[in-house]
Design a protein around this ligand. Structure first.
Ligand SMILES: NC(=O)c1ccc[n+]([C@@H]2O[C@H](COP(=O)([O-])OP(=O)(O)OC[C@H]3O[C@@H](n4cnc5c(N)ncnc54)[C@H](O)[C@@H]3O)[C@@H](O)[C@H]2O)c1
Length: 374
């Protein structure tokens, strides 16, 4: 079968650490071929093209998507660019994989949805949480009614901030100025991190009906080397999601501190007859690797190693961010076999509305109805 030809946009941290190393492995290259990369920093794009064996590099996204020999585009640029770039790529005739979050507002997501409808092309949106065997297992148990009527839960994604992440230490090519992660319109921990928990809980429990939130800035200033970054976006947010039938789940996202009991990617959901808690998390994917199942007064631990996913073999188990690789290969599979994406535009659009309305609720003090579904 003909290989899909890939154009990659954004040669920043995640691309160099976690996307390009995966898609240039021999098993991935049986299905796709990296043809071109782009970054507004043209020199960087050229260096990345050389490093990963792409034929061409561009310093503009518009040029990349005009290439006739590209079938699909991977978007790994700052979040505020995602929706417009996804729409442009679709209208230029390319299938799209867009990193999270897909958009900032429901209006933006609607424009992407219209472009998919108009072109009939495929779009897979990160994060593909429901592609994780462990999370789809939880959904299966919930849907079978093993835990009774689901009514309560919490999830969070809390980290120290982008300037202090491990890959930012040392003077490597991976290191990037994290300023946009603290600025309006797309900074803050929800569009970048809380979006994982939001996809997990909605993937398991279904669409949210109503949301309210508390949100604010804890640290007004961040540092990156000698540079002082004035923080504009809230770095501390708690949302309460109403799923209907008195089922409420809190989701938190913060850029301040994380701990042992409150750790990144935590998830616990309870029903009238039991519940499920993540008891171990895989660091590379952020997927649960052990579940504690509470049922009928007893407790059972289920191992859910990420290698349960058929694509995660060999080098993919040692490289960072293997979940992004799974998402991208999901797009390849959907294009090849005319399948409907599990990591769907509709799901991502719903989560985008939840995020947008959470901020409105936090800043007005009024709970917001959610209109979208998936
Ligand atoms: N950093 C992580 O650990 C991580 C992990 C998973 C997913 N992500 C997601 O990946 C995306 C990128 O994150 P990052 O940390 O790599 O950001 P980054 O700031 O390190 O890199 C973004 C790159 O995009 C380039 N860029 C900016 N405007 C552009 C444009 N118009 N066209 C082409 N390139 C442009 C920048 O020059 C930069 O090289 C975000 O959506 C983020 O949420 C990041």
């Amino acid at each position: 079968m003909k290989k899909l030809r890939v154009g990659h946009a954004g040669c920043g941290s995640v691309s160099i650490r976690g996307i390009l190393p995966h898609i240039t492995q021999p098993d991935a290259q049986e299905h796709l071929e990296l043809v071109a990369v782009c970054d507004v920093d043209g020199e960087r794009a050229r260096a990345v093209a050389d490093q990963f064996g792409a034929e061409r590099s561009y310093n503009s996204f518009e040029e990349l998507i005009q290439s006739d020999d590209i079938d699909m585009v991977i978007i790994a640029t700052p979040i505020f660019l995602h929706a417009a770039q996804a729409e442009m790529a679709l209208r230029a005739g390319k299938h799209v994989y867009v990193n999270k979050s897909m958009a900032l507002t429901l209006d933006e997501a609607d424009r992407v949805m219209q472009a998919v409808k108009d072109t009939g092309l495929k779009l897979v949106s990160a994060p593909g949480q429901m592609l994780a065997p462990s999370l789809s297992k939880i959904r299966e148990l919930v849907q079978k009614g093993d835990f009774g009527h689901m009514y309560w839960g919490f999830a969070n994604n809390t980290g120290g901030g982008h300037g202090v992440e491990m890959y930012q230490s040392g003077n490597t090519s991976i290191r990037r100025d994290p300023t946009w992660y603290y600025k309006k319109p797309s900074g803050g921990p929800i569009y970048d991190m809380g979006v994982y928990s939001l996809h997990s809980v909605t993937g398991i429990l279904g669409p949210v009906r109503r949301v309210t939130a508390m949100s604010g800035i804890v640290r007004n200033e961040r540092r990156f080397d000698d540079q002082v970054i004035d923080v504009e976006m809230d770095d501390n947010t708690w949302m309460v999601l109403d799923f209907g039938h008195n089922c409420f789940v809190t989701v938190g996202a913060g850029l301040c501190h994380h701990g042992v009991h409150m750790y990144w990617g935590q998830l616990a959901l309870y029903g009238s007859d039991g519940g499920v808690e993540i008891s171990k998390l895989d660091d590379a994917t952020g997927w649960p690797s052990e579940l504690r199942i509470l049922r009928g007064g007893s407790e059972e631990l289920i191992q859910t190693p990420i290698s349960e996913h058929p694509l995660l073999r060999g080098e993919h188990l040692t490289l960072p961010e293997p979940h992004i690789y799974v998402d991208i290969m999901h797009l390849v599979d959907c294009i090849r076999h005319e399948r409907t994406p599990v990591a769907s535009l509709e799901h991502a659009r719903h989560v985008v509305e939840v995020i947008e309305k959470s901020y409105i609720a936090a800043h007005t003090g009024v709970a917001q109805q959610i209109t979208s579904t998936f």
